[in-house]
Design a protein around this ligand. Structure first.
Ligand SMILES: O=C(O)CCC(=O)C(=O)O
Ligand SMILES: [Fe+2]
Length: 213
């Protein structure tokens, strides 16, 4: 008898499955060593080189906002990444991201069609006040993604922890996450308010969003 369904070329990925399960249960997922030590080191080199070349700009909020207001909300410097001009370390980064997106679309029908990523550098003394990652009248951002590129040995006294504000049966709880190298945090952009606490030591990351269109 003919088979009812065609076999689909699909291999279950335990790491991606645990991300999906975390997000559906908790609205966020923390993954250790999403990037290897070597990958983190070359991505950090790429960030530092571009920063030295003065390619970074002060991050803005929405558009045409007074600079003092911006400084009181966020103090990081950012550089948007361009996949079409990716160097070898960035290609490696986007390969992993694209694999994850393909898996999410295949298994969860997430409909991720677009993505945007930027490098971020928080100089000493900067922070990003509590916020949500979606702008008014714009629900395209589905998942926020942060990957930390700091050196080994980030200590609590270095500050810069990401705090997620969660809703535990109507009670607000705080999930404190240190920016350890290779660690990735993924969360639902439209639901989870979060903040970056004041940084005592320069803090490096790549932040991005998976979007529906
Ligand atoms: O760097 C982080 O931990 C979070 C950054 C963030 O919230 C943002 O760029 O929107
Ligand atoms: Fe954010």
């Amino acid at each position: 008898m003919d088979q009812l369904f065609e076999a689909i070329d699909f291999v279950e990925n335990p790491l991606y499955e645990s991300i999906i399960s975390d997000i559906s249960t908790y609205k966020y997922s923390i993954v250790e060593h999403f990037f290897t030590d070597d990958e983190v080191a070359i991505l950090r080199q790429s960030l530092l080189m571009k920063h030295e070349e003065d390619q970074f700009k002060k991050a803005a909020i929405g558009n045409r906002v007074n600079e003092n207001i911006i400084k009181s909300i966020r103090g990081d410097m950012i550089l948007w990444m361009d996949e079409t001009k990716a160097d070898s370390s960035e290609r490696l980064f986007f390969n992993k991201i694209n694999n994850l997106i393909a898996y999410l679309n295949k298994t969860c029908f997430m409909g991720i069609l677009q993505k945007e990523f930027h490098y971020a550098l928080y100089p000493e003394g900067t922070f990003y006040k509590r916020h949500i990652d979606t702008f008014q009248n714009d629900d395209r951002r589905k998942l926020s993604f942060v990957c930390y590129l700091n050196e080994d040995g980030w200590l609590p006294e270095n500050g810069g922890e990401l705090v997620l504000y969660l809703n535990d049966n109507g009670q607000e709880t705080e999930k404190v996450i240190y920016p350890l190298p290779g660690r990735v945090v993924i969360f639902e952009s439209q639901i989870i308010e979060h903040e970056v606490k004041p940084v005592k030591t320069e803090r490096m990351s790549i932040t991005g969003w998976l979007k529906t269109r």
